[in-house]
Design a protein around this ligand. Structure first.
Ligand code: ADP
Ligand code: MG
Length: 704
């Protein structure tokens, strides 16, 4: 790749985006398609045929030979089935390249190879992928050649969602309907659509590929299952936003270019808190596109890393004791004509609307804190949330000093008459100054922080899809907006009613607001006193999906049926138990085949040395002896901890699948894993580095 990059030319060059469509499609067809994209109008088969044909022609020019319906099943990664454009050979032995509207709109995929949480037992194995025309198709180039990827939703034969995208699209419809109602009440008659805007900051680690290959734990599970902390950890702050080293810079350059080609607006990149950790953030986009782009970005991060002799670790906690990785899901609500409903605004009129939106969100998050927590539940994230870093497993909202103060005034007097800036405001609740410009504090410990004109949900794991949390955010906000609109539409005096409502919500849900240090142990106590849920593990969080409250919420807005929720809970339990099992088995494997033999070799060396030295004469061998005793004792502990873990793992198949098995894995297996790790990590500190069978933390994170 040459050094000079013309970004404007490169950007979106492999995307069938609006300008390509406008250029290539007949005017009438383009207009029809735009109506479908913008207003959700159904696409006629004739129009679909024309679009498909042009898309194919364009893709072939870009070097594509195949097309693929690209979807996001519940395994957390993306899936696709590739079909060549070619048709059956004609009599003259030649093939044609074809692609019909039907093939564009609808695909068939064997659903039985993807998790369905019981849905596949009750329904047909057949699954359908349906084109999400609001997210543009793109051509991806890799070793297999060029593929036209068509973003799709994935459903069962009877319409149950089997993926992440279907509920996301449904939730976007719900929030659109209710948010439009709300802004109409405030006199907005011009905006046609409200879309959740999302920008996901992605954290990741880079390690050297050769070293990665020497660690079975990293290759099989994505995280280190053993490993003692290096003498230098992240306590030295020199890395944060430090000079990005040459190798990394070259990597990032290529990542950016690959992202840009596919229309992903990679914008901000920097080193993170931990050594070898980095972050990449795009410019925000509509939630479904942001979710697609995040998947594309994760793939690019991995692909480019292997080209540069590295591995990109997306696991939430690759190294114990070192800062883990997450995704910050920035979320706001934007109208088609560019109004951000979470922007505090300048005029009193808009500020009332803002205060209502804000208090509705407080209500939504307080009412459904358990669901929001669940949306970030992921096996790897259990290592991170609730640990002494990153957000705690308790949901709370950070508003900042000035906005928090406005809320306090609302609660105590019913009206906000001043702001901390000291400005005299207009009467009543109706004003808010440009407070964010002067807001000094920036709380990094809050899981859900108001940051100027958006909320930042920081709990999501680095490997996880951002779809789930946005499904929850959109739907719980829709519910709160709906309840507010129901009351306001029925009110005689609107001004009075909205004033009362804001006050009521502020009072009823103030417990969810917390501006202090979320990492402090006192906060967990305080949260308990406030009655806020604390769900430290994924297994604790899953039941939130199927409470009566959750079922009522999701059914009301047609986001999930009870059956879909139950199936999702089942899948989560299954994923959890499987992942823990793989980790446990990997630990046993490494201990048996690598750790124990290495320690035996080392103790033999020590014993030989003791004998050899003693043969020379009466020389003090107490150091060798001491070391030999320590290592032998730890070897014994290692062996018994391993036997205990092996027995625990052997029992897994006897435990009924589902919640029971997941609980067993959490309570018994993970505990036994910790017990095995302790003596092994102590051994790593004693055994000759040359003899230790794998690269250390220091090797992995300081020598990328
Ligand atoms: P941080 O200080 O957390 O790094 P940035 O200003 O860099 O914050 O923004 C982080 C992310 O938030 C980016 O992906 C950005 O596009 C996104 N973002 C900015 N404004 C909004 C908004 N109004 N709605 C949603 N996401 C937004
Ligand atoms: Mg952030």
């Amino acid at each position: 790749m040459s050094d000079y990059v013309n970004v404007t030319e490169l950007f979106g060059c492999d995307v069938f985006n609006d300008s390509v469509m406008e250029e290539r499609l007949p005017k009438k067809v383009y207009k029809e398609l735009k109506k479908t994209i913008e207003e959700g109008k159904e696409l006629s088969p004739e129009v679909a045929d024309v679009v498909a044909h042009e898309m194919k022609e364009w893709a072939i020019e870009k070097g594509a030979t195949h097309y693929s319906h690209w979807f996001q099943p519940l395994t957390g990664v993306t899936a696709e089935k590739h079909d060549a454009f070619i048709t059956a050979p004609k009599e003259n032995g030649k093939v044609l390249m074809s692609f019909s509207g039907k093939e564009l709109i609808k695909g068939e995929s064997d659903a039985s190879s993807f998790p369905s949480g019981g849905l596949r037992a009750t329904f047909e194995a057949r699954g359908y992928t349906a084109w999400d025309c609001t997210s543009p198709a793109f051509v991806r180039h890799d070793a297999a050649g060029g593929t036209l990827c068509i973003p799709t939703a994935f459903c069962s034969y009877t319409g149950e969602a089997l993926d992440q995208k279907t509920p996301l699209l449904r939730s976007m419809e719900a929030i659109n309907t209710q948010a439009l109602r709300l802004i109409r009440l405030f006199g907005n008659t011009t905006s046609k659509k409200v879309t959740p805007s999302v920008g996901a900051e992605q954290e990741y680690f880079l390690v050297d590929k050769e070293k990665w290959l020497q660690r079975k734990d990293l290759t099989y599970t994505g995280r280190t299952l053993f490993g003692a902390m290096p003498p230098k950890g992240q306590e030295m702050d020199d890395h944060y936003l430090g000079t990005i080293r040459q190798r990394i810079s070259a990597y990032m350059k290529e990542v950016n270019e690959e992202c840009w080609k596919l229309g992903v607006t990679a914008k901000t990149q920097h080193n993170e808190v931990a050594p070898a950790q980095h972050e990449l953030a795009p410019i925000y986009a509509p939630a479904n596109i942001a979710a697609d782009h995040n998947q594309i970005m994760m793939r690019i991060l991995k692909k480019v890393a292997s080209r540069h002799g590295m591995r990109c670790l997306l696991h939430e906690k690759p190294f114990a004791g070192v800062n883990g990785s997450g995704k910050h899901n920035n979320w706001s609500l934007t109208t088609d004509d560019g109004i951000n409903l979470l922007d505090p605004g300048k005029t009193p009129h808009e500020n009332v609307q803002f205060l209502l939106v804000l208090t509705c969100i407080l209500k939504a998050v307080d009412t459904h804190a358990d669901l929001l927590r669940e949306s970030a539940a992921d096996v790897g994230n259990d290592q991170r949330l609730g640990g002494n870093e990153a957000p705690p497993a308790v949901i709370s909202v950070f508003l900042g000093e000035q906005l928090g103060d406005v809320l306090d005034q609302l609660i105590s007097t019913g009206t906000a008459t001043h702001s901390k800036k000291g400005t005299i405001l207009e009467t009543g609740v109706k004003t808010l100054p440009d407070f964010m410009k002067d807001a000094t504090d920036r709380n990094r410990t809050s899981p859900f922080a108001f940051t100027g004109n958006k909320f930042e949900f920081r709990m999501v794991g680095s490997r996880d899809s951002i779809s789930e949390c946005n499904v929850v955010l959109n739907t719980i906000a829709a519910e709160a907006f709906k309840e507010a609109c129901d009351r306001l539409e029925a009110a005689e005096d609107f001004d009075m009613a909205v004033h009362d409502l804001i006050k009521e919500y502020a009072i009823d849900h103030q417990r969810i607001v917390f501006n202090g240090n979320g990492y402090a142990p006192e906060w967990a106590e305080e949260a308990k006193r406030r009655g806020l849920p604390n769900l430290p593990s994924m297994v604790d969080a899953i039941p939130a999906l199927t409470t009566d409250k959750a079922v009522k919420l999701f059914e009301e807005f047609h986001v999930f049926t009870r059956t879909e929720l139950e199936s999702r809970a089942e899948i989560q339990y299954e994923i959890y138990a499987k992942a823990i099992n793989i980790e446990a088995k990997t630990m046993i494997d490494i201990t048996t085949k690598q750790i124990i033999p290495a320690v035996i070799r080392y103790t033999t060396v020590l014993a030989d040395s003791i004998n050899a030295v003693q043969a020379v004469g009466a020389i003090d061998v107490s150091v060798q002896l001491d070391l030999l005793k320590k290592c032998s004792a730890l070897l014994k502990s290692t062996n018994s901890a391993m036997n205990k873990l092996s027995k625990a793992v052997a029992k897994v198949p006897e435990i009924p699948e589902g919640r029971e098995r997941a609980v067993y894995c959490k309570d018994t297996i993970t505990k036994a894993m910790e017990e095995l790790r302790t003596p092994v990590d102590e051994l790593e500190m004693l055994v000759d580095k040359e003899m230790w069978p794998m690269p250390s933390y220091g090797d992995l994170i300081f020598e990328v």
